[in-house]
Design a protein around this ligand. Structure first.
Ligand code: FNR
Length: 381
């Protein structure tokens, strides 16, 4: 359908079913085991209610916020989560998403397993030094650490990345059966992403493995021995703020909050693609409120998983998130439409977030708090 007919994120998800190749669709939409966490990520939001206040002058509302202290503001409490292999959605790939994120004034986090090299993704920014757009880089530490070190050096050299997001919830590949079933079209997938190995730092592989699905083949080479004390190593290799992605319990959030090397906490279950029946990020936020409230407000908290509506974003912010990521939604927006589709996806969320703030009676992102949500239905979970 024409782009203007796409009214919400579900519309994009639906049309992506027709524009993506069967293999890309299986890889993007798949999640672990029985998809319980994947489905709960979205459905949990229907069990959290908003508490709108009325008779408040809402002519002036600002969605602007700062994701990390001292960093340039983001036009929205929203960012693009790292997702591998964007070229499977559209030839413009991660660079296409970058264009959209830039025009919308939000941060994009580039995956360790992007289908383009970091230099390719930021080529337009390198060509125009006056362009203020910045990105984040997501890291999977490789068993051969020198590969990760070399990649970090390249990231630094571009001067365009302002944070490193260390993903820790996929220390073992989730069992994504939809991805694993469609083995025979992997060659086509590899054709769509000839450079993924360059940005993954795996080495010279030019094609994806033909067994076990894309997810498992991308996992090859990852360091399974990584522990908290390795953050000292990462600190020694980068001066950028380090964000830990994939926190799923209040206990780990406390460890991250207390760790001097950690600048931000990123609550995520990998879009339900790693541990099935792991909790949605909003439940981890509720755990924090209950068991470790001292953490809230200490360091920035990022969340993702299942975001389909502006109200979903607002609920996360009310429960303590600084900003909220979208994973699949950006890929679906890119599919069939290129950068314009991602731009419209962000624009839709912008209108929903801004409209939601008006109906809630708040003027700024900072004003959103637990008094704006009713979590009675999920408090016992
Ligand atoms: C991901 N995700 C992910 N995360 C990460 O840290 N590194 C990665 O390379 C990837 N790759 C990836 C590929 C695809 C196809 C998907 C769908 C997801 C997880 C991603 O960052 C994010 O946590 C989830 O996608 C959020 O859930 P939603 O928004 O997709 O529901």
């Amino acid at each position: 359908p024409p782009l203007a007919h796409q009214l919400n994120l579900d519309d994009f998800a639906l049309s992506a079913r027709h524009t993506l190749s069967p293999k890309a669709l299986a890889y993007y939409t798949s999640a672990a085991d029985d998809l319980i966490t994947h489905r709960l990520n979205s459905s949990i939001f229907s069990r959290i209610l908003l508490r709108p206040r009325v008779l408040i002058d809402i002519r002036k509302v600002s969605t602007e916020t700062t994701l990390l202290p001292g960093h340039a503001p983001s036009s929205l409490p929203l960012f693009i989560a790292p997702a591998a292999l964007a070229k499977l959605a559209h030839p413009s790939g991660e660079q296409g998403i970058c264009t959209a994120a830039g025009s919308q004034g939000i941060i994009q986090c580039i995956s360790n397993n992007a289908s383009q090299t970091p230099e390719e993704v930021v080529a337009d920014l390198l060509a125009d030094p006056s362009n203020p757009q910045r990105l984040w880089w997501q890291l999977y530490v490789q068993a051969d650490r020198t590969k990760s070190e070399r990649m970090l050096d390249r990231i630094h050299k571009t001067g365009k990345f302002t944070a490193v997001v260390l993903t820790v919830d996929a220390s073992w590949p989730g069992k994504r059966e939809a991805d694993e079933r469609l083995k025979n079209t992997l060659a086509a997938a590899a054709d769509n992403s000839p450079t993924f190995s360059a940005s993954s730092g795996h080495g010279g592989e030019k094609t994806l493995a033909t067994e076990g699905g894309i997810g498992k083949s991308l996992f090859a080479g990852q360091d399974m021995s990584l522990v908290w004390s390795d953050l000292a190593w990462l600190r020694s290799r980068t001066k950028l703020p380090i964000i830990i992605k994939g926190l799923q319990t209040f206990e780990d959030c406390v460890l991250a909050a207390e760790n001097p090397h950690v600048a931000g906490l990123y609550l995520s279950n990998h879009g339900g693609r790693a541990m099935d029946t792991a909790p949605p990020a909003v439940l981890t936020l509720l755990e924090l409120r209950r068991y470790a409230p001292q953490i809230l407000g200490k360091k920035p908290i990022f969340v993702d998983g299942g975001i389909r509506r502006g109200t979903d974003v607002l609920k996360c912010l009310c429960l303590g998130a600084t900003a909220v990521g979208i994973g699949r939604a950006a890929l679906f927006g890119l599919s069939g439409y290129g950068p314009a589709g991602v731009e419209r996806t962000i624009q839709i969320l912008r209108e929903e977030i801004e409209g939601g703030m008006k109906l809630l009676g708040v003027h700024s992102v900072d004003e959103l708090g637990s008094r704006h949500v009713n979590t009675a239905d999920v408090d016992g979970l």
